[in-house]
Design a protein around this ligand. Structure first.
Ligand SMILES: Nc1ncnc2c1ncn2[C@@H]1O[C@H](COP(=O)(O)OP(=O)(O)O)[C@@H](O)[C@H]1O
Ligand SMILES: [Mg+2]
Length: 477
């Protein structure tokens, strides 16, 4: 066991160091903590944990470890007195559906009279879906101190590879699905999958808790591979049948979903205000996990009936026009395909899709999303998402490279003008989908975050009234 000078505080950010603290130098995606040791010592660090030989001033203890990220995670769990031992901790991973499933579970837990904490894209101070290990343990300590008995967290593949959840004691884990994303970080699907699988094959295994469980999407090929060799009690869910939690029937409408679901406790009818058939998987995952935690069926059905959804996921923007306007967070090829198929099933006259792709991220998915959007929409308005440091026009061109010939398409780099264009084109009965940014309230362009909220912009444009001839760009491509 690591023997440390008695230290006052633990820090991985040199600016957070206080007199007597222990500074752990971790290498980040952009920078490396080893470069900030002198600043950490200036701010009072008396112990530094490093991954390689570095000089430290006299009187400062130096501990060289193989993996300082692993060390930070274990030290943080110890420092905050292992809060996840006191919580029923559930991790949800998968390319899409993490925020929806964790939010659903937290809502159902409350319906069951339990106090639960939620950690994910919409609920972290840093805006990072899975915070750094130190921040994570601190949040869990605060949750436990606040009386929470359960905690539901989104676990990203980045977090698993960067040891952020090391030191967490999970009770259960959910696998929603796996499809192309983050290949800029993982390079290939095998690596991406093997990182996701660590939640089940490593973190569930080392957890000292009893009755560990895993909920897995049996319709997903990666899910089936995963389910094959796990020590935990596996609950499979499926829309195709043959699983413990199986869909028997479903009806999708604008008002929501009606499902018949076979469970070990018999077949239940579920009514959910969530829009879109792809949400069926999220609901089945929530039912399976709730049963694994032995929540009463009444709380499950009532929780699902009263869960109105997550901001920016199939969020309908009320408007006085006779067409539907939907804002969704779909930013992967699979998510965009699922959302467009779900909207088509609701029989709009036409689907007009506004979307872009993020800069400094997985470029390979751009032409794929262009292709899917053109195949499943009637009109396309390709625009900017968060270009970050990349040239917005270059991203547009890469997306347009995948768009099917003959598609009615517009390329409008300015996102506000693109949304105005789509709303202008929309006729009675049409559905305008604005995809990619969902709940985000900013747009990141050239390293600068500017206020931008798709829903707000729609409202502003609608309030402004119909566009006059000489207003704005919008080249028909
Ligand atoms: N089960 C699912 N299968 C496929 N796509 C989904 C699913 N759930 C949500 N999506 C799509 O992914 C987007 C993000 O959903 P979210 O629950 O926030 O997932 P995550 O947290 O994994 O990013 C949604 O706006 C929707 O377009
Ligand atoms: Mg999320």
């Amino acid at each position: 066991m690591l023997r440390l000078n008695p230290y006052t505080e633990l820090a991985y950010h040199s600016k957070a160091c206080k007199p007597g603290c222990c500074f752990v130098a971790i290498s980040g995606l952009q920078t490396d903590g080893h470069q900030y040791i002198s600043e950490a010592v200036r701010n009072g660090a008396k112990t530094v944990v490093v991954e390689r030989e570095v000089d430290v001033p006299r009187g400062v203890a130096k501990i060289v470890v193989e993996d300082s990220r692993d060390a930070l995670a274990r030290l943080s769990a110890f420092h905050f007195n292992e809060p996840t031992r006191e919580l029923t901790l559930v991790g949800v991973t998968g390319t899409n559906g993490k925020t929806t499933v964790t939010s659903l579970l937290s809502h159902i837990a409350k319906q069951a009279g339990l106090s639960s904490g939620l950690l994910g894209t919409l609920h972290t101070p840093s805006g990072r879906t899975t915070p750094e290990s130190y921040d994570l343990q601190k949040i869990f300590r605060n949750m436990a101190a606040g009386g929470a008995t359960h905690a539901f967290m989104e676990v990203t593949s980045h977090a698993l590879q960067l040891k952020r959840v090391t030191g967490c004691h999970f009770n259960g884990a959910v696998f929603t699905n796996l499809s192309r994303d983050h290949l800029d970080f993982h390079e290939n699907m095998e690596n991406y999958f093997s990182q996701k699988a660590r939640l089940f094959r490593q973190h569930l295994v080392v957890s000292e808790k009893k009755n560990l469980w895993a909920v897995i999407n049996a319709d997903d090929p990666y899910g089936r591979t995963l389910a094959g060799d796990l020590p935990a009690r596996v609950w499979l869910f499926s829309q195709k049948g043959g699983a413990e939690i199986s869909l028997q029937g479903a009806a999708a409408a604008w008002e929501g979903l009606k499902l018949e679901v076979k469970t070990p406790q018999g077949t239940v009818s579920l009514h959910s205000p969530l829009k879109g058939r792809f949400q069926v998987n999220n609901l089945l995952a929530a039912v399976a996990a709730s049963l694994a935690m032995e929540f009463p069926m009444e709380a499950i059905t009532a929780g699902i009936a009263s869960f109105s959804g997550v901001p920016g996921r199939m969020e309908a923007v009320p408007n006085g026009r006779k067409n539907k306007i939907v804002v969704d967070y779909a930013h992967t090829p699979a998510a965009l395909e699922n959302v467009l198929e779900a909207l088509r099933e609701l029989n709009p006259e036409r689907i007009i899709t506004v979307f872009g792709c993020g800069g400094d991220r997985d470029r390979g998915k751009r032409p794929q999303m262009g292709k899917i959007a053109s195949q499943k929409s009637d009109i396309l308005v390709v625009t900017s998402d968060n270009p970050r440091s990349e040239d917005p026009q270059k991203i547009l061109n890469e997306i347009l490279g995948g768009v099917q010939p003959g598609t009615e398409k517009y390329a409008v780099a300015d996102r506000r003008a693109a949304i105005a264009r789509a709303l202008d084109l929309a006729k009675e009965g049409d559905c305008v989908l604005i995809a990619g940014k969902g709940h985000e309230t900013y747009q990141e362009i050239a390293g600068e975050k500017r206020l931008f909220d798709d829903r707000e912009v729609v409202r502003e444009i609608l309030d402004r009234g119909p566009r006059t001839k000489d207003q704005g760009p919008g080249t028909r491509d």
